[in-house]
Design a protein around this ligand. Sequence first.
Ligand code: GLU
Length: 451
Amino acid sequence: MGNHAADIDAFMAALKAKNPGESEFHQAVHEVAQTIIPFLDTKPIYKDLKIFERMCEPDRTVMFRVCWQADDGAVHVNRGFRVQVNNAIGPYKGGCRFHPSVNLSVLKFLGFEQQFKNSLTGLPMGGAKGGSDFDPKGRSNAEIMRFCQAFMSELFRHIGPDVDVPAGDIGVGAKEIGYMFGQYKRLTNKFEGVLTGKGLEYGGSLIRTEATGYGAVYFLQNMLDVAGLDMDGKTVVVSGSGNVATHAAEKAHQLGGRVVTLSDSGGFVHDPDGMTQEKIDWVKELKKNGGRISEYADHFAGSTFHAKARPWHVPCDYALPCATQNEIGEEDANALIKNGVKAVSEGANMPTVDAGQKAFQAAGVLFGPAKAANAGGVAVSGMEMSQNSARVSWTDKELRNLLKTTMANIHQTCHQFGEGHGKDGGIDYVRGANIGGFVKVADAMLAFGVM
Ligand code: GLU
């Protein structure tokens, strides 16, 4: 065993010099490097053949202009991206994000994470991510359609069902996927499974919409089972109000949890009575029509809106961060711990800062990191790809069972590689997910030689 702290520092210094200013990418790599660099000692060939260095350098990055016209005639110029990180175990796979915060650093962090997440699902999918700094907020349907068509007019030449299969992420849902699929079909004259998250009428899969949020709660449940805890009557704090958050809230509620918060960029709502299915459905409808979560407090008596705040100071048993990266800072983590949180399952990608993760782990809080906890979404995307290839549609029951089994398998992998490394000999889920995701990709890369 070498001096790992020095090895990690040297690795990160080189990465930062090569990728200056990409703070989210540095953060994601650092989180993984802390467990992978010590692990490399167990199999020196990984180190000799620079497997981890290769995983930190995308296979290719495509950046392009996306030019489109607004309803008022104004011409807008956005930037489009696709970062194809690694296709060692299957075609590149990962979502597209449309949000003004999108830049190369954000997409490199997401694509880097995706290669491990996709490996953890056990399905043959490589890692990629794409998107644009386009802001869909406040845009008309016609504007969103023109943007999606313009975006696909360049992206289509870089993707394909056996090459790279994009999907949704923040700002990209069924509507955007529909516009992009239509444009791909028009440009290529091919009807094929080139995107996932499609509508059911044209090759989509049942359960895909629910999968990320449901999966994060199944992962929570798996962690609770091992620890002898349960959901019954427990208080659950959820952030976000999009597809992941509303379905996480729904599943937590169905399993007996009392879900008391949801949020958006304007603030959070606190409903101490707990959210019913009816209330969650109301939020889904609200968000589909571009509404703000503050309206919840006007609509449902007994609830309150807290402007410009996140829900982490609300006392809870379990927390489900389902909004975006770095939404749980170190102080937020400490507030959650002080209020007695027992488990955190990440529905969003990298929602907890590194110091927050460490605080949870030091306090013995069960901490399910994103690449394991939110892998249910891309897992069902993998099932959508299989159905498209075979030209079949699996049943709701089959897919629900597959999602549950997949999350249990991912938990098992984390258990296998993380057991004995957590507080008081417990499971270190961060280590488990990082190593569990790494090994399969690394061994495939070894098989291909130096490239
Ligand atoms: N954007 C989702 C994720 O972060 C889903 C990706 C996909 O289905 O390809 O995993």
